[in-house]
Write a protein that binds this ligand. Structure first.
Ligand code: NIG
Ligand code: FE
Length: 434
């Protein structure tokens, strides 16, 4: 029998397993009012064994539970802290080389994101750097980035390819993501996003590139088993609705689950409606989604992954989270970590931005960064809430109530991180691996 981990008497244990959830047994993404039901247990404790939660509840009962167990117990004192499920980041472009700080200055002087891309910068400049980088260099850069994610309380994230844009380079990026998943404490869920930009070799021939994605890349990625999801940058001047749909349908036929970068730049372009129509698990960005397409998302149960950091960094108006929540769309949050439109690893800051730029409440922001984020990557059975049988992924914040996570904005209050029952961050510092 493995060692026990006892997380003792949190100021607030935020289980995300409220009474309503327990009464209905509903395990789908939380919508409307249910996004505010955090299932808080004051003075609550968690006991984990072999990486799995075996007890979640009042500390007196935890002590009784421990009385019936033999063997070694490691205790983490959580008194005065907020304990939440490990944060989940469902949309990142984790694996890339270099940085693009000069583009911030260009945009501050009036250039737009798409203008920079159209003159060969933006995604294409990161693609050049990523193509030149050796696999080991990409691994080292992304591994360091994952350490930063961990220090900000993230225990699972999704990682998209899309800085390769050739069959070999896309596979290279995905191999790196797989190795990171194997070697790093954070679980990495992979998404193939060959349709992230049109490479210069196909300039003026987007259909030709779409053919290559469909006929060469998707089958190669599927054969190598390197990605679970397929995503497309559905946007005016990038991949239009018909091209996006061709790729997504081909991906679905090969067994990929679907995601769509939708309505980020052009108003009412229709990416969210497409996501709903093809049965995508999530539609992401949604800055300019039409009311009709919002209704389609609510109807299809497609999770809206909102990226308020990206809106802020692109100096755009954030997505209409209030309308989405009022209309029954399940909302999740993410960093969109990438070197162009959102160079951050901080889910705590993203939650701050969700409150301050989209008027989400602190409770909704937490649901959107844990349980609903897990739903956006199909992991809601394993992670995203705290109850027996789920993975023991926990984040402990140096705050005595969850509202302070959004009140002290721009600060990292993450104190301790536990991944599969193992303490990986303690006192705000990484614990070295075995
Ligand atoms: O999600 N919109 C497209 N892709 C990324 C940006 C990638 C980049 O600029 O390097 C995004 O914002
Ligand atoms: Fe993105």
């Amino acid at each position: 029998m493995g060692k026990l981990l006892y997380v003792k008497a949190a100021g607030e244990l935020v289980t995300l397993e409220g009474e309503e959830r327990l009464r209905t047994g509903d395990n789908g993404p939380r919508t409307g009012e249910a996004m505010s039901q955090l299932g808080i247990i004051r003075g609550g404790s968690i006991i984990a064994r072999d990486g799995e939660i075996v007890f979640a509840g009042a500390d007196e009962e935890a002590l009784e539970f421990l009385g019936g167990c033999s063997g070694e117990t490691e205790t983490v004192d959580a008194r005065g802290m907020v304990v939440t499920p490990g944060l989940v980041d469902p949309h990142t472009h984790l694996v890339y080389a270099g940085s693009r700080e000069e583009e911030l200055e260009q945009r501050l002087q009036g250039d737009t994101y798409l203008q920079i891309l159209q003159r060969g910068g933006g995604i294409l400049s990161t693609a050049r750097r990523t193509a030149e980088a050796a696999e080991d260099e990409l691994f080292a850069e992304a591994y360091a980035r994952l350490n930063q994610f961990l220090l900000h309380g993230v225990t699972t994230l999704e990682a998209k390819s899309g800085y390769g844009l050739t069959p070999e380079a896309e596979l290279k990026q995905l191999r790196v993501a797989r190795r990171l998943d194997e070697r790093h404490a954070i679980d990495v869920v992979s998404t193939f996003m060959g349709a992230h930009a049109v490479p210069p070799s196909f300039h003026g021939n987007t259909d030709g590139y779409v053919r290559q994605v469909v006929e060469e890349m998707l089958p190669a990625v599927a054969a190598a088993g390197l990605a679970e999801y397929c995503d497309v940058f559905c946007e005016r001047g990038v991949f239009d609705l018909a091209q996006s749909e061709r790729i997504l349908r081909a991906a679905a036929a090969l067994g990929f689950r679907l995601k769509v970068h939708a309505d980020e730049i052009a108003a009412g372009f229709g990416g969210a409606g497409l996501a709903a129509r093809v049965g995508a698990v999530s539609a992401e960005h949604l800055l300019k989604t039409s009311p009709e397409d919002r209704a389609r998302l609510a109807q299809s149960g497609t999770v809206a992954v909102l990226l308020p950091g990206t809106a802020l960094f692109l100096m755009e108006q954030a997505a209409d989270a209030r309308a989405m929540i009022a209309e029954g769309v399940a909302v999740a949050l993410s960093t969109d970590c990438n070197p162009g439109s959102s160079p951050t690893v901080s889910m705590p800051f993203i939650m701050n931005a969700a409150c301050l730029t989209m008027r989400m409440t602190p409770a909704e922001a937490l649901t959107a960064s844990t349980f609903n984020a897990a739903c956006a990557i199909g992991r809601e059975k394993q992670i995203g809430s705290l109850r027996p049988g789920k993975q023991a992924d926990l984040t402990l914040f140096a705050a005595d109530n969850y509202r302070k996570l959004q009140y002290h904005y721009g600060m990292n209050l993450v104190h301790t991180v536990i991944k599969k029952g193992r303490v990986v961050v303690s006192g705000g510092v990484l614990v070295q691996g075995e």
